[in-house]
Design a protein around this ligand. Structure first.
Ligand code: HAM
Length: 417
């Protein structure tokens, strides 16, 4: 039987791959404008890294890890997300000891053994950013604006939800109040009962409607924030409003990873189905220290690229480059040499097999090139090429020697020259 890709894993073929590349290029450009630099970390890391950072009580670590023992007896795991690896790298390269602010962006595959459905894959791609060393809430606002700019660049409409998850000064007090509330409710689902013991905050984003009705009455995190967290959360809202971002405050937005403190946010799109989160992130001020580094505030987000691709319509790109074809086999070597030379600076599609002029022009149109260069019997005899500008619909025959100037640069850029 033919071998197929694994369940939940997808090939990205043209024309979807054109969208993928266009997205990476644009998002990287925007991240650079915000002063972020590219980082690449391995796909495979020690399992302990994700257990400690993403958290034992999260679904990712509890159920979804691609974990195995390698030939050297190491317990390793395909990364389920990008933040943990970037934090590990940040500490390993002693950037925490350098001080200052370090900003990174990355993209690539992530792996989660989830139940595949529309918008939910086992291998998917994220574009993410992580900023280290800046405690100011202006940085939180700045990265939310960065995510907004990326979504805007592709005309993606979104809803933004924000919340504050508090800090070590106010979170434990709130957690205690929430546990007391949960203990007086035995009618919550089994998952929530388990979370009541392991990570009570996570009950708040339970999808069970019965539980949600109960949690309407639960103590609200926003009412238990310390003065610092409250001030920052208010300032964040001001900054977003001043910069044209509309949002709603969702007191039940807790995110599925355990490392968040203070700001948490999620961008969703109503054009997607059940899996409507296109990006998520927040602050994680304790994670660097927790993984053995110097205490360093940090904030970041990741966009799910597959979900974005579903929403992007790329405009048809303008005609660009050359198509080269021959009408007689004796012309192929010359045409081949011409293609090689042109490819130093231009996109070239070459057809090796002789065809009629009509067939070549049809193919040139399909390749969306600007110029068709064809060598037939007459042109071969004159050491020339027949050129058609597919945009202007003009054509002429010119000697091959005139295609390049003396300094060997392509001279022929339009037929009027
Ligand atoms: P996350 O919310 O788990 O956050 O994932 C971010 C985005 O990845 C989601 O909003 C979604 O678009 C996409 N995504 C997640 N799981 C899947 C899946 N199974 N199939 C397709 N797309 C998916 C993080 O991963 C954090 N590391 C974000 C972050 C960076 N926080 C701080 N810095």
């Amino acid at each position: 039987m033919a071998i197929k890709a694994l369940r939940g894993m997808k090939d990205i073929l043209p024309p979807l791959s054109d969208k993928y590349l266009a997205f990476i290029e644009k998002a990287s450009h925007i991240a650079k404008n915000y002063n972020f630099s590219y980082i690449e970390t391995p796909l495979l890391e020690e399992t302990a890294l994700f257990r400690r950072s993403v958290g034992e009580s999260s679904d990712i670590v509890g159920k979804e890890m691609y974990q195995f023992i390698d030939k050297g007896d190491n317990d390793v795991c395909l990364r389920p997300e990008g933040t943990a690896g970037v934090v590990r790298s940040f500490i390993e390269h002693k950037l925490d000891r350098q001080g200052g602010v370090h900003r990174f962006f990355y993209y690539g595959p992530m792996f989660r053994y989830e139940r595949p459905q529309k918008g939910r894959l086992r291998e998917f791609h994220q574009f993410g950013i992580e900023s280290f060393g800046e405690p100011s809430v202006y940085e939180d606002a700045s990265i939310i604006l960065l995510a907004r700019d990326i979504l805007d660049a592709f005309g993606i409409t979104y809803e933004l939800k924000i919340n504050s998850l508090g800090c070590p000064a106010c979170m434990p007090g709130y957690r205690q109040k929430l546990v007391e509330f949960l203990q007086s409710h035995e009618d919550i689902c089994e998952d929530c009962k388990r979370r009541r013991e392991t990570n009570p905050i996570r009950v708040l984003d339970c999808k069970n409607e019965g539980c949600q009705a109960i949690y309407e009455e639960a103590p609200k995190l926003s009412e238990h924030l310390c003065a610092d967290c409250r001030r920052d959360f208010t300032k964040l809202q001001e900054l977003l409003t001043q910069n044209g971002v509309s949002f709603t405050i969702d007191p039940h937005l807790v995110r599925g990873l355990d490392y968040y403190t203070k700001t948490a946010f999620e961008f969703t799109s109503s054009h997607l189905g059940a899996q409507n989160a296109v990006a998520g992130g927040g602050r994680y001020d304790n994670l660097v220290e927790y993984l053995g580094g110097k205490p360093t505030p940090a904030v970041g987000f990741a966009i799910g690229i597959e979900r974005i691709l579903d929403l992007i319509e790329l405009p048809r790109s303008p005609r660009q480059g050359y198509y080269i074809g021959v009408m007689v086999p004796e012309a192929t070597d010359i045409a081949f040499g011409l293609a090689q030379k042109l490819r130093r600076s231009e996109r070239v599609a070459m057809q090796y097999h002789p065809k009629s002029l009509k067939a070549h022009l049809k193919a040139a149109d399909k390749h969306n090139v600007r110029y068709a260069l064809i060598i037939g019997e007459d042109e071969l005899a004159k050491d020339a090429v027949w050129i058609k500008d597919l945009e202007e619909s003009s054509e002429k025959v010119i000697p091959i020697s005139q295609l390049w100037s003396d300094d060997d640069r392509l001279r022929y850029q339009n037929l009027e020259q």
